[in-house]
Design a protein around this ligand. Structure first.
Ligand code: NAD
Length: 285
């Protein structure tokens, strides 16, 4: 069997077209969606992510504001900028690119962002709302994965879903969303005994580990849907996922590639959250 490829670029293009139309409509009504991005330090991967996010905004007709700080920036300066952006009614989304340099307490920074502008969905209140099934900004990467699953119409109700990774930004919210969709979810992590036992019974397998080609074909149930969240840079400079694509493709029913899978969907969902935030403001008048 050769797995069907779930193409994140194709799906993103479709969704971004609809988002651009919605952004144009809001702009015509006087509310131009606007995302503010804060980048601290010179991490090259973060710089690339921010560049892609800003470019995504521009293409969709969303205004973007970029604020850059040096590696040794004082946390008070960044917190001051967040307070300013919170108070600015023309800004609908605020994103602080992670990771932050050592002198920052990540939690303090994320909690400083207004819940109404927390388009990354990392604020504790948004996380709590999500866990209770209330309206919330859903973290972009797991939200993008849900869109990918929806696009292939794979049944989720009653499905066995296994998520490898328990991070706040991917693994945990992924498990919440799959649970809400009716799947029976197992979360595996670095302390899991006999990982293969779990992965081999997964109808839906999500890998968010950060280890190149970690999930191999022999760990996958034949016909399973495999979602590769990992983005790893190999010594030759090429990107690869957490799944060994070559062997997994022979066993899985559907699979996401890296690059061109979850990555573009993450940015698409960020744009979707920003447009949604602007719509909420427009509705309030
Ligand atoms: P993280 O380091 O915070 O979490 C990794 C998780 O993997 C941990 O919960 C850990 O317990 C688990 N893990 C580590 N070794 C394991 C093992 N041997 N067996 C089972 N579990 C193990 O990482 P993260 O922020 O969740 O990111 C995971 C990957 O996803 C990274 O490659 C990251 O670059 C990528 N990522 C991609 C996107 C995207 O847009 N596609 C977004 C965010 C993160």
């Amino acid at each position: 069997m050769t797995a069907r490829i779930i193409d994140g670029n194709v799906l993103s293009a479709r969704l971004r077209g609809a988002l651009a139309a919605k952004a144009a409509e809001l702009t015509a009504q006087g509310t131009r969606p606007c995302l503010a991005v804060i980048l601290v330090g010179g991490d090259p991967a973060s710089a690339v992510y921010v560049r892609n996010k800003v470019a995504g905004c521009e293409k969709a007709g969303i205004q973007s504001l970029k604020f850059e700080y040096p590696q040794d920036a004082a946390p008070a300066d960044v917190l001051g900028k967040i307070a300013e952006l919170n108070a600015d009614p023309s800004v609908h989304g605020i994103l602080v690119q992670l990771p932050l340099p050592r002198q920052f307490d990540e939690k303090t920074v994320l909690e400083a962002i207004s819940v109404e502008k927390d388009v990354d969905g990392f604020h504790a209140e948004n996380v709590g709302r999500l866990s209770q099934g209330q309206e919330a900004f859903v973290p972009c990467t797991p939200n993008g994965v849900m869109e990918m699953l929806k696009s292939i119409e794979v049944p989720l109700r009653g499905a066995e879903a296994v998520v490898i990774g328990r991070s706040n930004i991917v693994g945990k919210p992924m498990a919440m969303l799959l649970t809400a969709a009716g799947a029976t979810v197992t979360v595996c992590h670095s302390g899991t005994r006999d990982l293969n036992f779990h992965t081999r019974r997964a109808d839906i397998l999500v890998a968010a580990i950060g280890k190149p080609k970690f999930v191999t074909g022999d760990m996958i149930k034949p016909g399973a849907t495999v979602i590769d969240v990992g983005i790893n840079r190999l010594p030759d400079g090429k990107l690869c996922g957490d799944v060994d694509f070559a062997s997994a493709q022979e066993v899985a029913g559907a699979i996401t590639p890296v690059p061109g899978g979850v990555g573009p969907m993450t940015i698409t969902m960020l744009l979707a959250n920003t447009v949604e935030s602007a719509s909420r403001v427009a509705r309030k008048g």
